[in-house]
Ligand binder design. Structure first.
Ligand code: GDP
Ligand code: IMO
Ligand code: MG
Length: 456
């Protein structure tokens, strides 16, 4: 037993920080995790899976990361996938191979042995459920409908399996043939009964194949052969890093408004997205996280179904979508676009205890004559400045806007606050005053260098 393991109280020497998205995902978390990774020793994912798509642009080269922490582009930093993540082993190998082809060293990657595995049958189930609900879509009551519009990466079914326990497979089980065989065989047997009426069929989305236990076992055994050496205990590892004075950065996936408890349920993802997910998702107590950087765009976007009160359906929305390249990193779907919603981002700041903010995509708003910011909702029960974390109720809310004058100047080359035009200052000041949390960064483009660092 090492000294560090005996010291259950643990030294407070190390620093733990987190990056979380304050909207419905795609706020630019990847860019800021990459930037902050330079100041940390390890970057750790605690939630979600390959539903995430984090883009990082380095010297004009674009990297899209789904499962691998966005710190991987900095040589020598530990990249840890925590136990709260659901891991598709084949996707992880693809991602490692693609990075290797581009000269990125992924040898520092570690995957928790307690992270759950996304199996082929989880992905088929995600597809079947989404198609079923799409076919059964109803427009009434408003906001209820329909499919969730998932990324179809098997995220919901994998977390459901985790909660159901008996048939779940954890990454560590990939290295234990007897356990793996037992769980996969049971999972296939249960599902074969549940999905009987689809099997085989045109609409089975590969479920028939995915329920062939021998085939699944062969695929998982091959995958385990590749990633086996990366599968490790990570909870003591993280505590040891912190006890040794290291700096650990937690990378949130998805966005706070997609949090399974606090988001616009049921149009959410299946994990704890807000910083509270760090505790269960890594074993490091959430209160150990002393800095929480909330990432927010200068407008709103959302992919998939669910209410977004400030949504723009006109030409301006399309213009923002095109200027902001608002097409999904994971699925390529066009993102829905709307005005900035400070009711929603204020709620997300509150849930996360954000200590600082990064405003992204401010450059995208250049040339917009007048900029709207949502500061309240009109609802059947009256006006409110509180968020409504319910998909059906939120669909009944309409925004109360504050209108600010826009700015014409392109700002992609700005490097300090004084480079920004007066109306951009007006926008920043209004947002900051309303949220009551300081801006640590303003981002004016995807590049690392297109960042105003206001911390100093
Ligand atoms: P994430 O999921 O939160 O990491 O965000 P995504 O990577 O899915 O989407 C954000 C997109 O915006 C990516 O294509 C980034 O390269 C890009 N991006 C980040 N910050 C800025 C910015 O300030 N301006 C512009 N124009 N693009 C940005
Ligand atoms: P990053 O980390 C944007 C959305 C999906 C869907 C809902 C549920 O790139 O910000 P799921 O596949 O998780 O069951 O889908 O959540 N969603 C995201 N939207 N960015 C993400 O991740 C997302 N992860 C999930 O579009 O509406
Ligand atoms: Mg994304």
């Amino acid at each position: 037993m090492t000294n560090a393991h005996q010291n259950q109280g643990r030294s407070q020497a190390g620093i733990a920080s987190a990056v979380v998205g304050l909207q419905w995902g795609d706020e630019g978390k990847g860019k800021f995790v990459d930037l902050l990774a330079a100041e940390h020793d390890a970057v750790v994912r605690y939630n979600g899976g390959a539903n995430a798509g984090h883009s990082v642009v380095v010297h004009g080269d674009r990297f899209s990361l789904h499962l691998i922490p966005s710190g991987i582009l900095h040589p020598g930093k530990l990249a840890i996938i925590g136990n709260g993540v659901v891991v598709d082993p084949e996707k992880l190998i693809d991602e490692m191979d693609n990075l290797a082809k581009r000269g990125i060293d992924t040898s520092s990657l570690i995957v928790s042995d307690r992270a759950h595995v996304v199996m082929p049958y989880h992905k088929a189930e995600d597809e079947i459920r989404e198609d079923l609900f799409k076919a059964a879509r109803t427009e009434s009551p408003k906001g209820s409908l329909s499919e969730i519009g998932t990324t179809r990466r098997g995220i919901g079914p994998a977390y459901a399996e985790k909660a159901q326990r008996a048939t779940a497979v954890r990454m560590g089980d990939l290295l234990k043939q007897d356990v793996l065989r037992d769980r996969v065989t049971k999972a296939c047997t249960v599902r074969s009964a549940m999905f009987r009426s689809y099997l085989p069929g045109e609409q089975d989305h590969g479920m028939h194949d995915a329920l062939n236990a021998e085939k699944v076992l062969a695929r998982m055994t091959t995958a385990a052969g590749r990633i086996g050496p990366r599968i490790k205990e990570t909870t003591y590892l993280l505590h040891d890093l912190l006890a040794g004075g290291k700096r650990v950065l937690f990378e949130g996936a998805n966005g706070t408004l997609l949090d399974v408890d606090h988001g616009t349920y049921p149009f959410v993802t299946a994990s704890s997205v807000a910083v509270g997910g760090v505790g269960p998702g890594t074993g490091v107590p959430t209160q150990r996280v002393s800095k929480v950087l909330g990432i927010m765009k200068a407008y709103s976007t959302r992919v998939g179904a669910g209410a977004m009160p400030t949504e723009l359906f006109d030409e301006l929305g399309q213009r923002i979508r095109d200027r902001g390249r608002e097409y999904g990193t994971t699925t390529g779907r066009p993102r829905r676009v709307g005005w900035l919603d400070l009711v929603a981002t204020g709620y997300a700041c509150m849930l996360n205890g954000a200590t600082g903010l990064a405003l992204t995509m401010l450059d995208v708003l250049a040339g917009v004559d007048q900029i709207n910011i949502c500061v309240g909702y009109r609802t059947p029960g009256g006006e409110t400045s509180r968020f409504i974390p319910d998909g059906v109720e939120l669909a009944r809310a309409t925004p109360v806007f504050k209108t600010l004058p826009g700015f014409k100047e392109e700002i992609g080359t700005a490097r300090k606050l004084s480079d920004l035009p007066p109306n951009a200052h007006g926008f920043i000041d209004t947002v900051q005053a309303t949220l009551g949390v300081p801006f640590d960064f303003i981002s004016v483009g995807p590049g690392r260098e297109q960042t105003l660092d206001l911390r100093k």
